[in-house]
Write a protein that binds this ligand. Structure first.
Ligand SMILES: Nc1ncnc2c1ncn2[C@@H]1O[C@H](COP(=O)(O)OP(=O)(O)OP(=O)(O)O)[C@@H](O)[C@H]1O
Ligand SMILES: [Mg+2]
Length: 442
């Protein structure tokens, strides 16, 4: 994608929501749904804002209200010192599901908005062709949407928004209907354009439920809470661009936000303040608690340490197969591995010597100190009156970071360790987690 350079005065309020609430009325009036409650939000010139929230938190509703496509029940939206009372011509929207008109060609889809504004056909067509070039779809002007891949359809979605030359570009989960690689390509192109200062719009408001995406792209992240949607906090993203997902600062920030998203009751500042070194959500190695215990005992029985190759031979496993065990015992602080050697720590020796009950207690202590994912699960459980929660709650969140299959495996590994430590109970038939201290939940 390529755009003409553009100079922008940074920091001038462009669009502002003031105490916006939205209630969807039910037929009888008894089941009115309060979706947004007193939301204040400012989009300033020159900034990229991400609106982050879980499914159903009212993100799309807020985006529509800010774009003037829907009226708030209470409060108002201000743009250029005026109350917004209909579709805002300074805003163009890119939708998750592209929202192309199937009976129109790419060119006609891109022209629709200009024609509705009364731009003469020839001029509209010229500008549309330019916009189609910008998004890399040169040559596809006369194709129909059904002939295009998902990624190409979304490129048309971007062209249709770009051609309007909006002051603010709104995007509602623009990459989430695309496969991972296509989404990543498009995301990088958008971020390159933004970083080069060649973006068509002065400001961007992007709705997403993907934490990494928000941290990768945004200058500020507005976190929306659920039921009803209200702003839980605003997080500035002060990371240098281009952003490096692998940097410690990037990880720390995503971990902090992850904690916020998994703890409905925790304060945003509090979560980010406790982002200390041992909260990093490293993937758990897929080994069972019983396997960890067995491995520690073998090392203990052979002098408390030695060559990894020696232990893998003893177990008749390849080094690769032993590595998850090595990762797990290190993560839990039971052993140190370096240069092909592994040695038990004092904790590791104590665990190997302990009887079952003492062993569980040592394991529990190490988990509480060193495994953030399980701590998040426990905090969330304890914040619920019922002291129980559905597995899908965590898997949904793990999905943002891992593939679906890996999210499920991470969850099951965490459950296995936490169960061994008697920190929680899990009913596989209902897929509910329980706090065992409640007693008799199962
Ligand atoms: N027109 C409508 N009439 C009644 N209820 C609605 C309407 N639009 C949305 N809702 C409800 O309002 C709530 C918030 O919806 P919204 O689409 O804004 O959430 P969202 O945060 O965008 O969710 P998602 O991440 O799933 O897109 C949901 O419970 C939804 O069912
Ligand atoms: Mg939505």
């Amino acid at each position: 994608m390529a755009q003409a350079p553009k100079k922008v005065a940074v920091g001038v309020p462009l669009i502002e929501a003031k105490k916006v609430s939205k209630v969807f009325k039910s037929a009888g009036g008894s089941n009115d749904l309060v979706v947004l409650e007193s939301v204040d939000l400012q989009l300033r010139s020159g900034e990229f804002v991400a609106l982050l929230g879980r499914s159903g938190s009212g993100k799309s509703t807020l985006l529509r209200i800010l774009a003037g496509l829907m009226a708030p029940t209470m409060g108002e939206v201000i743009c250029a010192n005026q109350k917004v009372e209909g579709p805002n011509p300074d805003v163009a929207v890119v939708f998750q599901n592209f929202a192309l008109l199937p009976w129109l060609t790419v060119l006609d889809n891109v022209m629709v908005g200009l024609r509705a504004r009364g731009v003469p056909y020839d001029l509209a067509a010229r500008q549309a062709v330019e916009a189609i070039d910008m998004v890399g779809l040169d040559g596809f002007e006369s194709a129909y949407p059904k002939e295009l891949s998902g990624g190409m359809k979304q490129r048309v979605g971007f062209a249709r928004a770009f051609v309007m030359r909006p002051k603010a570009l709104f995007m509602d989960e623009p990459f989430s209907a695309l496969d991972v690689l296509t989404a990543e390509n498009l995301r990088s192109e958008i971020s390159d354009l933004w970083e080069a200062g060649r973006f068509v719009a002065e400001s961007v408001l992007m709705v997403t439920h993907n934490i990494e995406e928000a941290v990768f792209l945004a200058d500020r992240i507005v976190v929306l809470g659920n039921s009803p949607g209200r702003v839980r906090g605003v997080i500035p993203v002060d990371l240098a661009r281009p952003r490096n997902r692998k940097s410690d600062a990037f990880r720390r920030l995503t971990d902090g936000i992850y904690k916020i998203m998994t703890n409905p009751s925790i304060g945003v500042d509090e979560a980010l303040a406790t982002k200390g070194s041992n909260t990093s959500l490293l993937p758990l190695p897929h080994v069972r608690a019983g396997g960890i215990g067995g491995f520690l005992e073998i090392i203990f029985d052979h002098g408390g340490g030695g060559q990894l190759s020696q232990f893998s031979q003893m177990l008749r496993l390849s080094i690769d197969d032993v590595m998850p065990l090595v990762d797990a015992v290190q993560l839990l602080g039971f052993a140190d591995a370096k240069d092909g050697q592994i040695n038990l720590t004092e904790k590791g020796k104590a665990f190997a010597l302990a009887d079952i009950l003492q062993g569980k207690e040592i394991f529990r202590g190490q988990i509480l100190e060193r495994v953030p994912l399980i701590n998040i699960m426990l905090d969330t459980l304890r914040s619920k009156n019922s002291r129980s929660i559905n597995a899908e709650f965590f898997i949904d969140i793990l999905d943002e970071r891992f593939s679906s299959e890996e999210a499920e495996r991470q969850f099951m590994t965490a459950v296995d360790w936490a169960r061994f430590a008697e920190l929680l109970e899990y009913d596989a038939s209902t897929r509910f987690l329980y706090d065992p201290s409640l007693g008799g939940a199962l």
